[in-house]
Design a protein around this ligand. Sequence first.
Ligand SMILES: Cc1cc2nc3c(=O)[nH]c(=O)nc-3n(C[C@H](O)[C@H](O)[C@H](O)COP(=O)(O)OP(=O)(O)OC[C@H]3O[C@@H](n4cnc5c(N)ncnc54)[C@H](O)[C@@H]3O)c2cc1C
Length: 260
Amino acid sequence: MTSGKFLPAKILDRRVVADDLFLLHVDPGGPFSYLAGQYATLGVEVEGERIERAYSLCSSPYENVLEFFVERIPNGELTPLLYAMDKGAPLLLRRFAKGRFTLDLRSGRKNHLLLATVTGVAPYVSYIRTVRTDWKKGGTPMPGEHRLFCIQGASRSWEFGYRDELEKYAAEAPWLKYVPAISRPWEDSGWHGERGRVDDLIRKYIHLWGLTPEDTSAYLCGHPGMVESGRGILLRAGWSKQAIQDEVYFQPGKDAAAAS
Ligand SMILES: Cc1cc2nc3c(=O)[nH]c(=O)nc-3n(C[C@H](O)[C@H](O)[C@H](O)COP(=O)(O)OP(=O)(O)OC[C@H]3O[C@@H](n4cnc5c(N)ncnc54)[C@H](O)[C@@H]3O)c2cc1C
């Protein structure tokens, strides 16, 4: 049963990006406000049971349609159901967005190092779209003040989801850099861009971009292994705990933990 806690959202579009990756466009079905970087809770009801999970919003609060970048987990409870849904299918959306993984505009640090694995780019897409809209309008907090430096990792190049959009924005905006990197180049012979895992690239890019712990807030989002390893690298490079935020998408299951 739905209650006052939920909005009667519905799927407007579902676009497959790669085998297990898809974008969802969702009509919230009522007023839904959020900050760039927050997450929504989506759910479906199956035989009277509600299955709900958190999903970072890729869309900007300036947009009417909510957008999500989702990985289908073959043995997962919710994502196979979301993947199978057609346009018009109903969804439960918790009325309130949550999360503190928002752009740090208060600390005084003007650079923002945004590190993501695959779908972990979602909150950064929301930051970038929002900042870009402000920049185009000549409003606050941009232009000129803050600079965003995004590294997104994936196994292969067709898994980035937002590469075209982010490369286009990076080409026009002096405040944005975007580096997509793949970790399995032997499975993607046509790729001529950056190679390696996100955590392995952190030192290279903080040096290349001239980022220092004093002037840079760091963000880690997505796979728990990247978040843990990336955090360690940043701490060893002089970042304080206060200058690092993270959003971990899942805890490894027992099987994965045993295998690692
Ligand atoms: C704040 C927050 C924001 C999130 N945003 C996103 C998002 O934008 N896009 C997105 O796709 N997911 C996101 N997630 C993860 C999402 O909430 C679900 O956990 C995920 O979609 C799996 O749901 P499921 O019901 O299909 O699998 P479950 O039934 O919950 O999990 C089944 C098993 O798969 C493992 N598992 C779960 N996710 C993964 C994964 N990605 N890779 C490998 N193993 C996994 C679990 O540990 C478990 O053992 C977010 C999570 C949090 C906490």
